[in-house]
Ligand binder design. Structure first.
Ligand SMILES: Nc1nc2c(c(=O)[nH]1)N[C@H]1C(S)=C(S)[C@@H](COP(=O)(O)O)O[C@H]1N2
Ligand SMILES: [Mo]
Length: 377
């Protein structure tokens, strides 16, 4: 009671009158309908485990309202025993907790606009977060359903209703059967009911979502209602067309390109779009995510204040775990001739942040050197 009293005291009369939820101060909304929001980078790099209130939200449609009592998950397709599982039934299966970083394929999209306009949510570098996810192994559920020999891909379908030109569709994804069947200690996918030890919030997929460690966020379907086992990748728009690297958006380009699965290495500096500093020595911080490959570890994060002529190594902090980011900080020297701070990183699986990423029409996988302009005063 004391806690909630403090919380209310922290809100102004105005907030109460408008009925705003506190998270509207904790995230920067890029769009409000549907809800797409990212935290300020200063907030984001304060904790290795991202608090839910500072965890980005990416939704293609309004949050579906789901009654947990009547909710069921359907498991069908190339299985010998189709299943209908209530939340109660899922809670009786072995529970696992996995810490994994989720990141949108469109993270840092806005940087592509310097070369040519890209559509979609105009993300800066905050469409990423690291959380503790609790639920059941997808492999355990598929084991119960008994795959047939021709099972090759596992489709996920959300209960949201996304309006498109030719009607209303759910959000969908699929992952290869080899990933779906991976078990502890390298769980391929988790059917999650809890985030950071609390039930999922509506924004993050209540009551059930998928989390696929190492893959772009789009494969971690929220408000999961159906699992379908197939001999081919999902035909849902978000696998068959969207979330591909294309130069133009013609049918042939979509057909030629494959779906994105794993995320590449990435890093950012937690700073405003431009920093104003006098000459001197300063400490900066940021995040770094290794490639979404089992065993990938960050080798080095480096920063430069002289346009890449010289680099200093950053100090890495936070746990070092599969599919998880790390935080970093570095001491930088700003001189009269400094025009920007640059960060770049490499990992142990050959991942590196390139000088430049080729422009693509949907603005995905921007992981070039991270640059923040500096105005020396
Ligand atoms: N049902 C459903 N699942 C979804 C989405 C969606 O719009 N609908 N967005 C996807 C995308 S693109 C990302 S990056 C992640 C974001 O998860 P978060 O909102 O919990 O951060 O959810 C994925 N799962
Ligand atoms: Mo995304």
């Amino acid at each position: 009671m004391i806690g909630s009293g403090l919380l209310i005291a922290g809100l102004s009369q105005c907030d109460l009158a408008l009925g705003q939820s506190p998270d509207e101060k904790d995230l920067i909304f890029r769009t409000t309908d549907p809800r797409n929001a990212e935290p300020a980078l200063g907030d984001l790099v304060k904790h290795w485990i991202t608090p839910v209130k500072h965890f980005y939200v990416r939704s293609h449609a309004p949050n579906p309202v789901i009654d947990p009592e009547s909710f069921t998950l359907q498991v069908e397709g190339l299985v010998k025993k189709p299943l209908t599982l209530s939340l109660d039934a899922l809670s009786k299966l072995k529970q696992h907790t996995v810490t994994a970083t989720l990141t949108c394929a469109g993270n840092r999209r806005a940087e592509f606009n310097k070369e040519g306009k890209v559509g979609g949510v105009q993300w800066q570098a905050g469409a990423i977060g690291n959380a503790k996810w609790t639920g059941v192994q997808l492999a355990d559920v598929l084991e119960m359903a008994q795959l047939t020999d021709n099972a090759r891909h596992v489709w996920f379908e959300g209960l949201d209703e996304i309006k498109r030109d030719n009607g209303t569709i759910p959000f969908g994804a699929s992952i290869p059967i080899e990933k779906a069947m991976q078990t502890e200690p390298d769980i391929g996918a988790l059917l999650v009911t809890q985030m950071n030890g609390r039930p999922l919030t509506a924004d993050h997929g209540f009551p059930l979502r998928t989390v696929v460690p190492g893959y772009i966020g789009a494969r971690s379907v929220k408000w999961l209602g159906k699992i379908l086992v197939s001999d081919q990748p999902s035909t849902n728009h978000y696998v068959a067309t969207a979330y591909k690297i294309v130069k133009q958006t013609k049918p042939l380009d979509w057909k030629e390109a494959g779906p994105i699965y794993r995320f590449p290495i990435n890093a950012a500096i937690a700073a405003d779009e431009e920093i104003s500093l006098g000459p001197g020595t300063f400490r900066i911080s940021g995040y770094v995510l290794p490639s979404g490959i089992s065993g990938a570890r960050i080798r080095r994060v480096q920063v430069s204040t002289d346009s890449g002529d010289t680099w200093v190594n950053a100090e890495l902090t936070g746990a070092e775990q599969d599919y998880c980011w790390r935080l970093w900080n570095a001491k930088i020297k700003v001189t009269e001739s400094t025009t920007e701070v640059i960060a770049r990183a490499t990992d142990t699986k050959g991942g590196f942040m390139p000088y430049r990423v080729p422009w693509n029409a949907k603005g995905y996988l921007q992981n070039s050197w991270y640059r923040v302009p500096v105005k020396v005063q």
